[in-house]
Design a protein around this ligand. Structure first.
Ligand code: RUB
Length: 327
């Protein structure tokens, strides 16, 4: 065996970069792109022995895994594909990996449609939904309700710092849903006009806590105070198996320049040297909403009160084990 590291295909590194830079974003899209990248690695590999092929796939998975720590759909996708990598020859391993990745992507798309149909049942004709960030799972519920002939309106929070609420507004306008776009600070005032808060999730913990874009927890607390139900749309790929054994979910801290650009910083501090100007900027991408502020978690397997999500988690994941890309 030579001592060169395993070859990772350039398509894998480019996918990893696009996920890290948030050109691919949202938990479902990240999982889909990761499965696609593993299939590409399998297709393009020129490994001549099964062990070398397996090493390459593991290294590709590790490269992808390190991009965004909070979205558990990413390790869940990698785990699913790698566990299907079965065979005695390179050709068999390649075929099994590609088939497994395709099955994963197919199931992902179906799960979202099924979840949408279930979530739509909670929405009545004429309802107003308040959204936070951009979640394709949440929007699947709106789309299914529209297909059922219901008319809906939306209050869309812009979602600082990267304003993914604009993507939500654009999608809703394409579906002809009347949209009121508000700054995040206006949410409590506008809750009086909302019938539901509808958000997605990046991860769901075993105790029913919902990890989603920063600001979700404050919105949920205000919604509870105003009596507006909070509905979380999340495919089971968002369930975080490690939390069944006491692990916590790592919250991603992103670049402070998403909040404050260098030249603006210099205006504020009269200096601009981030190391010594006395100004600290923190930019957590996600927060944790405790289960008591969540009314329902809608998955492709049905709707659950957050406290009972652990039952579904056990059913789907069984006992958790180490990651397949770890030595
Ligand atoms: C996106 C975000 C979304 C969830 C769910 O964060 O918090 O609500 O990922 O999205 P980011 P989906 O923009 O930092 O990736 O339902 O599409 O999986």
């Amino acid at each position: 065996m030579d001592d060169r590291g395993p070859d990772v295909d350039s398509a894998v590194t480019s996918t990893a970069e696009r996920i890290a830079a948030m050109e691919v974003r949202g938990a479902a899209a990240i999982a889909d792109a990761a499965a696609e990248a593993l299939a590409t690695q399998a297709r393009e590999s020129d490994a001549d022995r099964p062990e070398a092929f397996t090493r390459e796939l593991r290294e590709a998975a590790r490269t992808l895994y390190e991009t965004r720590p909070t979205a558990v759909s990413l390790p869940n996708a990698l785990r699913y594909v790698l566990r299907g990598m079965d065979g005695d020859t390179v050709a068999e391993l390649r075929a099994a990996t590609i088939a497994r990745a395709e099955a994963f992507q197919h199931d992902l798309a179906h799960a979202q449609t099924e979840l949408g149909a279930i979530g739509a049942n909670r929405l009545r004709d004429g309802d107003v939904v308040m959204t936070h960030c951009h979640s394709t799972d949440a929007l699947a519920c709106v789309e299914a309700a529209l297909e059922d002939g219901k008319e809906l309106e939306a209050i869309v929070k812009e979602t600082r710092p990267r304003k993914q609420g604009h993507i939500t507004a654009q999608q809703l306008r394409e579906w002809d849903v009347p949209v009121t776009l508000i700054v995040d600070n206006a949410a409590r005032r506008y809750l009086d006009r909302a019938d539901h808060v509808l958000v997605g999730a990046d991860s769901i913990a075993a105790d029913g806590s919902v990890i989603n874009k920063i600001g979700t927890s404050g919105l949920a607390v205000s919604a509870r105070e105003r009596g507006v139900p909070v509905m979380v749309a999340a495919q089971t790929i968002k369930l975080h198996p490690d939390t069944m054994t006491g692990h916590t979910v790592e919250i991603e801290m992103r670049d402070e320049r998403e909040v404050l650009e260098d030249d603006h910083r210099a205006e504020i501090t009269g200096d601009g040297d981030g190391d010594s100007d006395g100004l600290t900027v923190e930019n957590p991408a996600f927060d944790v909403t405790p289960p008591r502020y969540v009314d329902a978690i809608v998955t492709e397997h049905g709707q659950f009160p957050p406290e009972s999500i652990v039952t579904l988690m056990r059913e789907l994941f069984g006992e958790t084990t180490g990651e397949p890309w770890e030595p």
